[in-house]
Design a protein around this ligand. Structure first.
Ligand SMILES: Cc1ncc(COP(=O)(O)O)c(C=O)c1O
Length: 432
């Protein structure tokens, strides 16, 4: 039976956690801080649970330098539930803005207000998606599905990177090729938001920087929504440029069951009454996905997995302890250095390893490549050889195949070194 220290796990999520956190977690699972109770047994409304929520929020605020303008929510349902929550909450914001404007023009004539907003909705509502991989594609499909009762054409895919020469999600076209919805003064249509997935876990594509044209200084203040499920806490992020950032915890932050949402407070405060949404023909968010409801209840609208939130807090406190006042700048350096080691090893043998994404958008978290042009026998041999050395979790996502190395924060430098040695050895053998 292998010891934990002998196994190097590169799975894409759930993913490795720092051993120190697991050891402390095992103790807390049985007897939390000598209370005689497991953290999984205590009430989510207890003083202890409230303290855990507060401590985890404080650690995240410090790490990401979250400004006062934003709130932190803990939610259920993973990134997938947020695909729906984003649409329902942000369309509600769009409707409320239009309702307030109509109210200014039409006073208390509620039938006229409803009529006007209903018409504006049909004519002007758009949701902009940057589709750069499998997860942003899924999110855009969920948006189209949720808006289907209203009609078609509300989702504007401003970029679909498969439309490049290769036909694959392996690049991010230049910003001037994006067809974002024009601002209102150029034809009336306005986006409820622009959505991007910062790191595409399946395809190994990561935005190198925050897109310039989405900068609130240069755009028409369209709210920006980002899925950071798979690169959360791996680099610095300018939270102030985003209306919403979300991600499941189970890759870089903790264990499954808790979803983090960082949301600007004005989004929470710009929600119409559900009856108005219904009157104009839009779903109101189900209570469990309603950000304002979750915020009002300090993330305790219903029973939250306090153990999972505590684990996330421990991981965050570990990062703060390691990097001190350098916070995420420190972790970013480590993540970049590990990714560089792996890419350098792959690049040394281009005839054996073919990295899928373009160099300019290579993910630091999920490194996707083919062996000998995707030769099934060679890839099988690669995976079997790796398994024999306890290098695990390397099989690419079932939808794209190939090999994927997930280089999350808890994958330590020694294990990356072991893996690169294997990459070198395998390449030299297959070249012979
Ligand atoms: C980037 C990204 N977004 C969303 C999801 C969906 O997350 P969940 O499984 O937590 O619903 C994943 C899952 O791997 C992901 O990698």
């Amino acid at each position: 039976m292998p010891d934990r220290s002998e196994v190097a796990y590169f799975g894409a999520g759930p993913a490795p956690l720092p051993t120190k956190v697991l050891v402390k977690g095992a103790e807390a699972f049985v007897n939390f801080q000598n209370t005689g109770l497991s953290l999984a047994e205590i009430s989510h409304r207890s003083q202890t649970a409230n303290q855990i929520l507060a401590d985890t929020k404080a650690a995240l605020t410090t790490l990401l330098e979250i400004p006062d303008s934003h709130d932190i929510l803990f939610m259920h349902g993973g990134g997938s539930a947020e695909f729906s929550a984003v649409v329902l909450n942000m369309v509600a914001v769009w409707v409320e803005k239009r309702r307030r404007e109509a109210e200014k023009d039409l006073g208390q004539d509620s039938a006229a207000i409803i009529e006007r907003v209903r018409k504006e909705l049909q004519d002007y509502l758009r949701l902009d998606y940057l589709v750069t991989g499998s997860w942003s594609l899924k999110a855009s499909q969920e948006a189209a599905n949720l808006l289907e009762p209203l009609g078609k054409g509300f989702v504007n895919v401003a970029v679909d990177s498969r439309k490049s020469a290769s036909g694959k999600f392996d690049n991010i076209p230049a910003e001037d090729a994006w067809t974002l919805t024009q601002p209102r003064n150029q034809g009336g249509k306005t986006s409820a938001f622009v959505y991007y997935c910062d790191n595409e876990t399946v395809d190994g594509v990561e935005f190198p920087n925050f897109p310039k044209c989405l900068d609130p200084d240069s755009s028409d203040e369209v709210p920006v929504v980002a899925d950071m499920s798979s690169n959360f806490l791996s680099r610095r992020v300018d939270v102030s440029k985003h209306a919403v950032i979300f991600g499941g915890a189970q890759k870089n932050i903790g264990i499954t069951d808790v979803t983090l949402v960082i949301v600007r407070k004005d989004v929470l405060a710009t929600q119409p009454p559900p009856s108005f949404l219904h009157a104009v023909g839009v779903w109101s968010p189900p209570t469990i996905l309603s950000w304002p409801v979750v915020a009002k209840n300090n993330s305790l609208y219903n029973t939250m997995p306090i153990f999972s939130i505590w684990i996330a807090g421990e991981v965050m406190r570990g990062l703060l302890e390691t990097h001190q006042d350098r916070q995420l700048a420190g972790q970013e350096e480590v993540a970049n250095a590990k990714a560089k080691q792996i890419y350098d090893a792959l690049d040394r043998y281009p005839e054996v390893y073919q990295i899928v994404p373009d160099r300019s958008v290579r993910s630091r978290m999920n490194i996707c490549f083919r062996v000998n042009g995707g030769d099934a026998g060679q890839e099988k041999a690669f995976l079997e050889g790796a398994e024999a050395q306890l290098l695990q979790g390397l099989k690419g996502h079932r939808s794209v195949g190939g090999i994927r190395i997930s280089n999350y924060n808890a994958v330590d430098v020694d294990k990356v070194r072991r893996l690169t040695r294997y990459l070198e050895g395998f390449a030299r053998k297959s070249k012979r």
